[in-house]
Design a protein around this ligand. Structure first.
Ligand code: TXA
Ligand code: MG
Length: 352
């Protein structure tokens, strides 16, 4: 077992001496957890196969699921992919640095491990000083999946990373809670028209304001399990975002959702199970359960997105058996929230 060190860094003005320590670890093939504006990532030198393989191992990540490659300048982009379609350039201009990941055809320069053997590569330029400084000082693009154990909710704080990965990684750069709280939007430009594979920090409505012709993969909107023989994005099929407790998601009009959640709570508590409810500011007072957690106001999706993963983990800390979660409107950032909740529930959804 490694000794994982945690170093506090200033999110706005990362101390160079501390960042050099982390960059040296990347250059030596080690694993560094660092904050981005979305969630914490677990970074390895993307051009070092051995380091990237160690990254899969630390996360217990299936070998067919490639990480996102994080860059901080455009020559790194040119190095990693064959061609940048014009429409992708338009999105890059508007949304980079930021929570948008773009899939391109990869160049021969990229080690196989960094794309899980695929001919395509997922690239993003994050908008967080610590992430950008780390990539710059490491002098290499950084492969970084979310810094959680595979299948668990993504980490939005250094503590979440520590809880999952202590003893398995070299260092955690702790710059406080992440700002968006959900992962980046993933769009594939190797298909025509480009296709959104994962909803995330940039709402699809925002992408469509810039390029109109965008497809949305059925997985993005799915409210039941879809079986595909071959998927474009391996991450779509693997179990995801799951706390230890069983999750039930209740969707529909607010008043009937409240009624249903009260019924379900009564039923499970009568079976002596410890029930947690994930509600919203406007509804939480209607519930009575063993653990109550509030996502935020139904009218402020940014706050809900930011709180979601941390609260899913909180229920595990409180050892509940069942989490009953309230659905929210799936517009804007709400689509990404609902996509994560539906997956966390393993599509165990009650419609009212
Ligand atoms: O916000 C984020 O995107 C965070 C931060 C750390 O940047 N990262 C993140 O990485 O969420 P990860 O590995 O947890 O999710 C990456 C997703 C997976 O669903 C993976 O299957 C998909 O991107 N992906 C990676 N390479 C791909 C490729 N070549 N084609 C299709 N999907 C790909
Ligand atoms: Mg992940």
């Amino acid at each position: 077992m490694k000794k994982t060190i945690v170093i506090k860094v200033d999110p706005n003005n990362p101390e160079i001496s501390k960042m050099i320590i982390a960059a040296k670890i990347i250059r030596a093939g080690g694993l560094v957890a660092f904050p981005t504006e979305t969630v914490y990532g677990l970074g390895a030198d993307a051009l070092n196969s051995k380091a990237v393989k160690a990254l899969y191992k630390a996360k217990n990540r299936p070998l067919d699921n490639p990480p996102i490659i994080h860059i901080e300048n455009f020559s790194q982009l040119e190095l990693l992919c064959k061609k940048i379609p014009n429409k992708a350039k338009v999105l890059i201009d508007k949304f980079w640095p930021g929570p948008l990941t773009i899939i391109f055809n990869r160049s021969a320069y990229v080690p196989k491990a960094s794309t899980a053997g695929l001919e395509t590569i997922a690239i993003r330029m994050p908008k967080h000083k610590v992430a950008l400084t780390l990539i710059k000082l490491s002098k290499s693009p950084i492969a970084a999946p979310s810094a959680n154990l595979s299948g668990r909710p993504s980490p939005t704080s250094a503590k979440h990373v520590f809880d999952d990965l202590q003893g398995k990684i070299d260092i955690i750069l702790d710059a406080g809670s992440t700002c968006i709280g959900l992962e980046s939007t993933v769009i594939n430009f190797t298909s025509c028209p480009p296709e959104v594979l994962r909803p995330g920090g940039v709402p699809i409505e925002e992408l469509k304001k810039v390029i109109q012709d965008i497809k949305i993969h059925p997985f993005v909107l799915a409210d039941k399990e879809i079986k595909f023989k071959k998927t474009l994005s391996p991450g779509m099929i693997h179990k995801h975002y799951a706390p230890k407790a069983k999750v039930i998601l209740v969707e529909g009009a607010v008043s009937s959702v409240i009624k249903k959640i009260r019924e379900l709570t009564y039923y499970y508590r009568s079976k002596s199970l410890k029930v947690g409810i994930l509600g919203t500011q406007e509804t939480i007072s209607y519930y009575n359960a063993d653990v109550l957690e509030t996502l935020g106001s139904r009218f402020n999706m940014e706050v809900i997105a930011k709180n979601l993963f941390g609260l899913l983990r909180e229920f595990d800390n409180k050892n509940v058996d069942i989490i009953i979660a309230e659905g929210v409107p799936d517009e804007g950032l709400g689509l990404a929230v609902m996509n994560r909740l539906r997956k966390a529930a393993g599509y165990n959804i009650v419609k009212t």
